[in-house]
Design a protein around this ligand. Sequence first.
Ligand code: CA
Length: 232
Amino acid sequence: MASILLVEDEVNVSSFIKKGLEEESHHVEVAYDGAMGLSLACSKEYDLIILDVVLPQMNGTEVSKRYRENCGYTVPVIMLTALGSTEDIVTGLESGSDDYLVKPFVFKELVARINVLLRRKGMGFTAKSYEFAGLVLNTETKTVSRAGKNISLTSKEFRLLELLISSPRRVFSRTSILENVWDANFDYNTNVVEVYMNYLRNKVDKGFPVKLIHTVIGMGYVLKEDDDENTK
Ligand code: CA
């Protein structure tokens, strides 16, 4: 099941696609013009976006371009084009979309393209479980435990820990954490990352002799076992 944003102004087309994708057990939200599409796309991280090219307010190519430039998500985008000329396809791909489909298309083909992009994104096949130094995070069951003891996290704390544990020993900058866990429209001067990192430390590290969440001064945050003088 994926969360999909569909931007399509023709009501009969959008309701047909929405209904079909819901039968494939996806969750679908619809925007009926480009401006609304862009604002919804930037409001949260969907798993996939389907974007028509010819739209009122702002065309799909412009939506895709602004989305890539301003929203900070790396969500796959499929463009729907009625035009089908090589030039339109190239423009669409250059604006940052991952795939395109020429209207009219067979619904099965849309489903196949969606599955390819979701698979590339690592969705829908295996349950994702990360393990590091006795800390276990499962993205399907949304559970976290350390040394067999369950840890209860809020959704933001979970996303934050998921980011860290997906690449142990990699240092994440405040900016990349903000972009991955919070809306990219966030005020970059906020101390929300520091605040949430402290919440997470209290839940994940408190009471354990080995600390896993480390601050790398002037750089960001890292999940690792060992301590050295550059971190605290
Ligand atoms: Ca249209």
